[in-house]
Ligand binder design. Structure first.
Ligand SMILES: [Zn+2]
Length: 94
């Protein structure tokens, strides 16, 4: 087990390489930078999911979910075909 100096109170505290570890003495996060980065990562992920064509909202009714899932599947297949066509054009001589 390793230890890390608390950025808040300056005392040494147990550190398990987890960004969620808190100081034993004052309760502050031992790695606020890492914490922030993780927080930003989670928000970016959420944003990317919502930017996706048909974001499936947990509150949607099952019929809406079905159509959104179909839409996403269609979009994925469509993109795969487009990628294949682009590859085909690029692979063709001349
Ligand atoms: Zn502390």
């Amino acid at each position: 087990m390793s230890q890390k100096k608390c950025p808040n109170c300056g005392q040494w505290s147990v550190w398990t390489n987890n960004y969620k570890d808190r100081c034993e003495h004052c309760g502050a996060y031992l790695s606020p930078v890492e914490m922030e980065r993780q927080d930003k990562f989670e928000k970016d992920k959420e944003k990317n999911e919502k930017d996706w064509m048909f974001y499936i909202n947990p509150d949607d009714s099952s019929i809406v979910k079905f159509f959104k899932k179909s839409g996403n599947l269609f979009y994925t297949v469509f993109m795969a075909i487009m990628t294949f066509i682009m590859w085909l054009i690029a692979a063709l001589p001349g």
